[in-house]
Design a protein around this ligand. Sequence first.
Ligand SMILES: Cc1ncc(COP(=O)(O)O)c(C=O)c1O
Length: 388
Amino acid sequence: MPISDEWSFPEGVTYLNHGSFGPSPRCVREARQAWTEKLERQPMDFFLRQMESELDNAAERLGQLIGADGNDLLFCDNATVAMNIVADSVALQPGDEVLFTNQEYGAVMRIWRRACDRTQAKIVVQLLPRPITSAEEQVAALMAGVTERTKLIVVSHITSQTAVIFPVEAICREAAKRGIKVCIDGPHALAMIDINLRKLGCDFYCASGHKWLSAPFGSGFLYVAKRHQQKLSPPVMSWGGSVGGRPAHWQDEFRWLGTRDPAPFLAIPSAIEFLERFGLETFREQTHELAKYARQRIVELTGLEPPIPDSREWYGSMIAMPLPLGDGPPNQGIRDQLQTPLWEKFGIEIPIIHWHGERLIRVSCYLYNTRVQIDRLCNALQSSLEPT
Ligand SMILES: Cc1ncc(COP(=O)(O)O)c(C=O)c1O
């Protein structure tokens, strides 16, 4: 059976946006359903006697993938919830500074703006050079924003709009030398690239399972370094103890947020097994090769140089390519009008955005995508970009 049979897109749809909303393969959807069935069959037994140890097992399995201890992970709906927990927990004082690159996700900036407004702390945004030439230059540009008031750096592992892999290892090293905490926004990195949180040494790591891991929608996690675990604030106040009567643990406050179905979290190991069965490295190589092909084809079409070097150091399974600016005003963060005809006329789902004066098309390449689909995209782009 071809691997693409694991997905069931409607006829005629070319789905090139796994990076925003990555649907799960059939086997993961079935695993999620099976967990829900278990809960529905005997909820008392499930919640009181099974759920907590099953969540431990799932966290342990996830920890093996990302080089972390399962005891240092919290399951939450998505990276947004994880980031909110961090923003509600880091104790900021008036005048403290939180440092960002200019490529952070819009919702993440809103979360921190609120946290800084509440505490009279300050947001500092550093402009990173584009086109990119070296990791040293990127790190230096970010660290140039550090002052003695910098308490925290919030940085994407892989950026949303520009799809760039940031040198987070070097950022963590530089931050540690200055005693600054680092929170990594990592939903795109999970499964797309290797993550080793023990080696990385960050303070917090936020991620979503529904992107490159292809775990169910509603499955994310927050990693918290041991030194911060007791200071963490739950997003929802509930019982704060073990429902199964186990000894108190820091995760308790975050596990029982009132009654809910934990099936998305419990199906995470099935998503890991799916990718490992296929071969994690094969998955990464294959999807990167397709992204590289998309990059070449779009350059041929537009004649515009990509702003990042052609290397797995800088991009994985997703590439953001510049398009000619056209006549319309470059509205920051606004979806481009071209996205609508691509969908309505050609059945192609792909994001195109305006960002800092660039018009970027972001191509996500997953296991169900093919070169034929990239060719289809380029043909559609060609006819849509041509003056009529
Ligand atoms: C860099 C980045 N951070 C955070 C998020 C938020 O992810 P979610 O909607 O799964 O919470 C996204 C979503 O695309 C993202 O690209």
